[in-house]
Design a protein around this ligand. Structure first.
Ligand code: F0G
Length: 422
């Protein structure tokens, strides 16, 4: 076998890594598949190897994604890599959130601390690198916001034309600002995210623009490193649960592959369980899970967590595989529950955007209904930065509707007025 190739997750058909294709002739999705046994032998891959390594790119610290380059994109050279030192994000503990949840052994991996403020950068560094290796002139994506911000920044770095399609009226202001500021051509589509995705598939066929959505398997290779980094931060002790939001299901797919590979490489000896959390109004994966994955029924999506406002997830089949590998479950939460969890995460001084806080809302629901035991260890993943969606925060606090409400107060310019609040 070649060291790395593209392989269909359904019929197993193989294609060279240099092919520009995202689905098999049979219609299913493609993995980037590495010859792990060969790589393990060649680099003596082990926990110790990754712990002891000081990875660099062109003499600079590599960041967390390329720390794992042997099992992300082994054939790449330093010169080819388009990187902003993404990854190496913090793993927080918070007494406040732990006591709110009733879960002591609880960690939050903050992917909002990446260069453009979301986990997308981990995938974008790899997929943009591949776009450059394939001499692509333009990259394109459909986006609920974060992918477009990330694509814009990486396309600028790679000096490739960036084109982003975003659904009208449904993208948080922080994210649109980034796409504009970093210089991507920003097309506001009169439709929803699922319409934008449809246009991306067409653009790839008819316009030779290279898609950087999560159907691009190179994106998922970068996102795998979130999991390996967590394992390293926990001294390779596998937590009982990994909890994270599901939209287009790229992370669900990437995280399952990361753990499956870690098991094959002997980096871990058991799997954690996945809990994927969706918003009630955008929960096709949750409903399919409840029906035993008999079928995916696309829906018109509606939720305040615009990042996961997706009704027809592109990575559905890969996500099912991840749940099978991890004995995973899917939960669904209301917008109200997301806002309350967000207020708790924000008030702990950590903060994250609404979709990220679906993680914590889902965790609370699963602890309250006894699915997750208060003695177990859980790692929640915060996918995006608090500053992505400032409007929702201001609206929430001005509405003064929960114990976390913290509305601003107008005062006279006197010290007596200040004193009243101390
Ligand atoms: N959280 C945030 C903050 C996101 O931006 C997204 C997806 C998700 C969760 C869902 O992740 O698709 O891997 O299940 N945002 C995409 C975008 C769709 O266009 O920015 P997923």
């Amino acid at each position: 076998m070649k060291i790395s190739l593209l392989k269909c997750i359904s019929c197993g058909k193989e294609f060279p890594l240099t092919d520009i294709r995202f689905t098999c002739t049979c219609g299913n999705l493609l993995d980037v598949e590495h010859d792990l046994l060969f790589l393990k032998k060649k680099f003596h891959l082990s926990q110790k190897y990754f712990d002891g390594k000081r990875a660099t790119i062109n003499g600079q610290p590599s960041g967390g994604v390329w720390h794992f380059r042997e099992i992300v994109l082994p054939s790449v050279s330093d010169k080819e890599i388009v990187s902003k030192q993404e990854g190496n994000t913090r793993l927080y503990r918070s007494k406040k959130i732990s006591s709110w949840l009733g879960l002591q052994r609880f960690y939050l991996k903050h992917e909002g601390e990446n260069p453009t403020g979301s986990f997308k950068d981990r995938g974008m560094t790899v997929a943009t690198t591949q776009a450059k290796r394939l001499h692509q002139k333009a990259v394109v994506c459909a986006s609920t916001g974060n992918t477009s911000a990330s694509l814009a920044a990486y396309a600028s770095e790679a000096e490739i034309t960036g084109l982003v399609l975003i659904p009208k009226g449904n993208v948080a202001v922080g994210k649109i600002s980034q796409a504009l500021a970093y210089g991507a051509k920003t097309l506001i589509v009169d439709g929803d995210f699922d319409d934008c995705m449809r246009l991306i598939f067409e653009a790839q066929e008819k316009l030779q623009a290279y898609p950087l959505n999560s159907i691009n398997p190179f994106r998922l290779e970068g996102q795998k490193t979130i999991i390996w980094e967590i394992l390293q931060q926990l001294q390779w002790k596998v937590p009982d649960w990994l909890v994270f939001p599901g939209g287009n299901l790229g992370n669900t797919s990437a995280f399952g592959k990361a753990l499956h590979e870690a098991l094959q490489l002997g980096l871990i000896e058991k799997m954690p369980r996945f809990a994927v959390v969706q918003a009630d109004g955008a929960s096709p994966f949750y409903k399919a899970y409840k029906s035993g994955f008999k079928e995916l029924k696309p829906q018109k999506a509606e939720t305040i967590a615009t990042a996961i406002k997706i009704g027809n997830p592109a990575n559905y089949t890969k996500a099912i595989r991840s749940l099978q590998w991890t004995d995973g479950i899917v939960e669904s939460v209301t917008d109200e529950e997301i806002l309350e969890a967000k207020a708790a995460v924000d008030a702990a001084g950590i903060g994250a955007e609404p979709a990220s806080c679906a993680t914590v809302a889902g965790l609370k629901k699963l602890i309250d209904n006894g699915t997750i035991n208060s003695k177990e260890t859980a790692v929640g993943i915060l996918t995006g930065n608090i500053l992505k969606d400032p409007q929702i925060i201001v609206d929430y606090h001005l509405a003064a509707r929960s114990k976390y409400s913290n509305p601003p107060v107008d005062i006279e310019a006197t010290i007596n007025d200040v004193k009243k609040f101390l």
